[in-house]
Design a protein around this ligand. Structure first.
Ligand SMILES: *[C@@H]1O[C@H](CO)[C@@H](O)[C@H](O)[C@H]1NC(C)=O
Ligand SMILES: *[C@@H]1O[C@H](CO)[C@@H](O)[C@H](O)[C@H]1NC(C)=O
Ligand SMILES: *[C@@H]1O[C@H](CO)[C@@H](O)[C@H](O)[C@H]1NC(C)=O
Ligand SMILES: *[C@@H]1O[C@H](CO)[C@@H](O)[C@H](O)[C@H]1NC(C)=O
Ligand SMILES: *[C@@H]1O[C@H](CO)[C@@H](O)[C@H](O)[C@H]1NC(C)=O
Ligand SMILES: *[C@@H]1O[C@H](CO)[C@@H](O)[C@H](O)[C@H]1NC(C)=O
Ligand SMILES: *[C@@H]1O[C@H](CO)[C@@H](O)[C@H](O)[C@H]1NC(C)=O
Ligand SMILES: *[C@@H]1O[C@H](CO)[C@@H](O)[C@H](O)[C@H]1NC(C)=O
Ligand SMILES: *[C@@H]1O[C@H](CO)[C@@H](O)[C@H](O)[C@H]1NC(C)=O
Ligand SMILES: *[C@@H]1O[C@H](CO)[C@@H](O)[C@H](O)[C@H]1NC(C)=O
Length: 580
C-alpha cells in the first residue's frame, strides 16, 4: 500500500516556542486529502459489491506519522450516506472533538468535506482507521496508521529491513447495505457468519472468489516488521507463517516483552507488530489467518491465505497450510494472551522508562462491571445490550450537547447502571461519569457464546486480567498488576471476562464499545464523560473552528458556552501531558 497524497510542511513557530516544549520545535504537519467514494469497480472478490475507497484505494492509504505530528485529513464525502472516520487507538489527547464517532462529531454529509486535525501524541506503534457509522466498516474504508518514533527515542530492537502493514479481516459478499438490513432481523442479529477473509483487501490464495492474493517480497537473511491489524467485522483469527516464527514486539503503542511465537491470535480491532526473519530456504511460504471458534473445514473461504515470497525464490508455495492451534481451544488463546506483557525497561514515546507507570499500588476511584448480552426489545428486534441497555444514538453528538447545554435534552448523565444489570432490557443514551484523574477498573463480562472485543477511545488501558468463567471480586487476586500491557482493545472470551485499568487523565467524551461491528451497530456501546471543570483551553481544547452542527443545533447556532474560553494559543503550545 503506497502512502500518497500528502506533503509535509515545517511550521516555523519561533515566536511561540518555550524552551520546555522541546518536542514542538519543528512541529510537523501532514496534510491529507481523501476523496471517499463507493466504488463498484474494485470488487476485492468476484462479486458485485460497492466498496468504500479512499482516493481509489482499498484498503485506504497509510497514515505515516511520527509521534507529536499533526495530521490534517480533509475528507470529501462522495458517498451517498453521511460518513465519519475514527482513528482506532489514537488517543486524541484533550481533543475528543476529533474522535470521529457519533457521540463526538456530526456526520460529514454527502457532497461535503470536513477536515480532521489531530496530533499523534505520545504513542508509538501500530493503529488503523475506519469509518465509524452506518455499518460502513463492512464495506472497507479502513487503512493503517503508523506512529513512528522521533530519532531521539530508542526502539528496543534493530531496525528491520522493511515494514509491511497487514490488515486482515472477515468480509461479506453482499453489499454492506443489505448486510446492514439483515442485521436488523432476528436471523441476522443472532447468526450471519462472514463469507471470506481478506488480507490487505485481497482474497485467499487459490480461492475461486479471489482476484488477487497478498504477497510480501523479502530478501533471504533479512528481518521484517509486520504490522498486523484485525479490521474485520466479527471474527478473531490466528495468524501464522509456514516454517517461520514471529517475535512479538509491540501492541497498539506498547512495546511488549519480546516473545517468539509460532502463531498469534488477533481479535477484532487489535493491532500487533511482529518481527519475521527470512531465515528459510529460497522459496515461497504461506501466510495464514484462520478464524477462531469456527471449524474452517466447513468454511474454507474464511481462512485468509497470502504469501511470503523470497526474492530469490525458486519454488512456489507448497505443502499443507501451516497448522494452527485448535480454534476452539480457548486455553491456548488465554495462555498466549497472558504471556503478552509490557516491557517495563523499553523506552516510551518520551525519554522516560515505561516502568514509571506502575499500577501495582494505585487507588481505584471507580469500578464498572459491564455485562454484554443480546435481548429482544419491545419492538421484538434483537439488540445487543450492556447491562441490559442498548445504546440509542441521538441526532445531536453528546460532545456538542455537553459543551453547549450541559447535555440538556440529549442525555441524562449517569442514567445507566455501571455495576448491575437492569431487570428489563431498554434503550438509552448511556453516558456515565469517569472521574477526571481517577483510576477506573472496567470489568467486561461476556454472556454470549462468541468471542467479543472491547475498545475504549481516549486512553490506553492496562489489561490486568482475563479469564473463562464468571468474574467475582475474588478474580482480582489473579490480576497481573506488575507488567500488564497497555493497549486500547481487549478480547473478552465467550462466557468469560476481561479487566482493565485506566487513568482518566484525558478529559472528553469517550466511546466505550464492542469492536464487533454487529454488536456495536445494534447498541453495544456507552460513553464515558471525563470532565475537567477548568476551562483553560490549554487543557481540554475548545471546539475546532470548522465544527459541524446538527441535531438540536442545526437550525440555530448554539448558545455561548459557559464560560467562554480565552483565545486559544497555537495548537503547538500544548503542555506536555500528564502521562509522565
Ligand atoms: C472523487 O472521485 C470520484 C470518482 O473517482 C470522481 O468522480 C471525483 O471527481 C473525485 N472528486 C475529487 C474532489 O477529486
Ligand atoms: C514514513 O515517514 C518516515 C519519516 O518521514 C519515512 O522515513 C518513511 O520512509 C515513511 N514511510 C513510508 C512507508 O512512507
Ligand atoms: C473543504 O475543502 C476545502 C478545499 O480544500 C478547504 O479549504 C475547506 O477548509 C474544507 N472544509 C472543511 C470544513 O474542512
Ligand atoms: C525490553 O527492552 C529492553 C530495552 O530495549 C531490551 O533490552 C530487552 O531485551 C527487552 N526485554 C524483553 C523481554 O523483550
Ligand atoms: C472440523 O470438522 C471436521 C469435519 O467435519 C472434523 O473432522 C474436525 O475434527 C473438526 N475440527 C475441529 C477442530 O473441531
Ligand atoms: C523482490 O525484491 C527484489 C529486490 O529486493 C526485486 O529485484 C524483485 O523484483 C522483487 N520481486 C517481486 C516479485 O516484486
Ligand atoms: C503505595 O500506596 C501507599 C498508600 O496508599 C503510598 O503511601 C505509597 O506511596 C504508594 N507507593 C507507590 C510506589 O506509589
Ligand atoms: C511498583 O510498585 C511496587 C510498590 O508499590 C514495587 O514493589 C514494584 O517494584 C514497582 N514495580 C516497578 C516495575 O517499578
Ligand atoms: C450539568 O449537569 C450535571 C448533571 O447532569 C449537573 O450536576 C451540573 O451541575 C450541571 N452543570 C451546570 C453548569 O449546569
Ligand atoms: C434483561 O432484560 C430481559 C427482559 O427484557 C430479562 O428477561 C432479563 O432477565 C434481563 N437480564 C438480566 C440479567 O436481568
Amino acid at each position: 500500500m503506497a502512502s500518497t497524497g500528502y506533503h509535509r510542511r515545517l511550521i516555523a513557530c519561533t515566536m511561540l516556542i518555550a524552551a520546555a516544549l522541546f518536542a514542538q520545535v519543528n512541529a510537523i504537519h501532514i496534510y491529507l486529502e481523501w476523496n471517499v467514494t463507493l466504488d463498484s469497480t474494485i470488487k476485492p472478490v468476484s462479486q458485485d459489491q460497492p466498496v468504500i475507497a479512499i482516493n481509489g484505494l482499498f484498503p485506504g492509504p497509510l497514515i505515516n506519522t511520527t509521534t507529536n505530528d499533526f495530521v490534517h485529513v480533509n475528507v470529501f464525502n462522495n458517498m451517498d450516506e453521511p460518513l465519519l472516520f475514527t482513528w482506532n487507538g489514537i488517543q486524541q489527547r484533550l481533543n475528543s472533538w476529533q474522535d470521529g464517532v457519533s457521540g463526538t462529531n456530526c456526520p460529514i454529509q454527502p457532497g461535503t468535506n470536513w477536515t480532521y486535525v489531530f496530533q499523534t501524541k505520545d504513542q508509538i506503534g501500530s493503529f488503523f482507521y475506519f469509518p465509524s457509522i452506518n455499518f460502513h466498516k463492512a464495506a472497507g474504508g479502513f487503512g493503517p496508521i503508523r506512529v513512528i518514533n522521533r530519532d531521539v527515542i530508542a526502539v528496543p530492537f534493530p531496525k528491520p529491513e522493511a515494514e509491511f502493514d497487514l490488515l486482515i479481516g472477515d468480509w461479506f459478499y453482499d453489499s454492506y447495505k443489505s448486510t446492514r438490513a439483515t442485521m436488523c432481523t432476528h436471523l441476522g442479529a443472532y447468526y450471519t457468519i462472514p463469507d471470506i477473509t481478506l488480507m490487505n483487501g485481497k482474497g485467499p490464495l487459490g480461492n475461486p472468489m479471489s482476484k488477487a492474493y497478498e504477497s510480501f517480497n523479502v530478501t533471504q537473511g533479512k528481518t521484517y516488521r509486520l504490522r498486523i491489524s484485525n479490521v474485520g467485522n466479527a471474527l478473531s483469527f490466528n495468524f501464522r507463517i509456514q516454517n517461520h516464527q514471529m517475535v512479538l514486539v509491540e501492541t497498539e503503542g506498547s512495546y511488549t516483552d519480546q516473545i517468539t511465537l509460532d502463531s498469534l491470535d488477533v481479535h477484532v480491532g487489535q493491532s500487533y507488530s511482529v518481527l519475521v526473519t527470512a531465515n528459510q530456504n529460497d522459496a515461497d511460504y504461506y501466510m495464514v489467518a484462520s478464524p477462531k471458534l469456527i471449524n474452517a473445514s466447513d468454511f474454507t473461504s474464511l481462512v485468509g491465505i497470502g504469501v511470503l515470497h523470497y526474492s530469490n525464490s525458486i519454488s512456489q508455495v507448497s505443502g499443507p497450510l501451516p497448522v494452527g492451534p485448535n480454534p476452539f481451544d480457548l486455553h491456548f488463546s488465554v495462555n498466549q494472551a497472558k504471556s503478552i506483557r509490557w516491557n517495563l525497561t523499553a523506552g516510551a514515546a518520551r525519554p522516560n522508562p515505561q516502568g514509571t507507570f506502575n499500577v501495582s499500588n494505585v487507588t481505584l476511584s471507580q469500578t464498572f462491571i459491564l455485562q454484554s448480552s443480546i435481548a429482544d426489545l419491545y419492538d421484538q428486534i434483537p439488540r445487543y445490550v450492556v447491562n441490559n441497555v442498548t445504546y440509542s444514538t441521538p441526532e445531536t453528538p453528546l460532545k456538542l450537547a455537553d459543551y453547549y447545554v450541559n447535555g440538556t435534552g440529549v442525555y441524562q448523565l449517569d442514567d445507566f447502571p455501571v455495576q448491575s444489570v437492569n431487570a428489563d432490557a431498554s434503550c438509552g443514551v448511556s453516558v456515565v461519569t469517569g472521574i477526571h484523574k481517577g483510576w477506573i477498573e472496567i470489568v467486561l463480562k461476556n454472556n454470549l457464546n462468541e468471542m467479543d472485543s472491547w475498545h475504549l477511545d481516549g486512553f490506553g488501558f492496562y489489561v490486568v486480567g482475563f479469564g473463562i468463567g464468571d468474574w467475582t471480586a475474588k478474580s482480582r487476586d489473579t490480576y497481573n498488576l506488575f507488567d500488564p500491557v497497555v493497549r486500547s482493545t481487549v478480547q473478552v472470551y465467550p462466557g468469560g471476562w476481561s479487566a482493565v485499568y485506566a487513568f482518566l487523565d484525558n478529559p472528553g467524551m469517550w466511546n466505550l464499545r464492542s469492536q464487533l461491528l454487529k454488536h456495536w451497530y445494534l447498541g453495544q456501546e456507552l460513553y464515558v464523560r471525563v470532565h475537567d471543570p477548568d476551562p483553560n483551553p490549554a487543557k481540554e481544547r475548545p471546539p475546532p473552528e470548522n465544527l459541524l452542527l446538527c441535531g438540536i443545533f442545526s437550525d440555530s447556532p448554539p448558545p455561548a458556552p459557559p464560560p467562554p474560553p480565552p483565545p486559544a494559543p497555537a495548537l503547538a503550545l500544548a503542555p506536555p501531558s500528564s502521562w509522565n
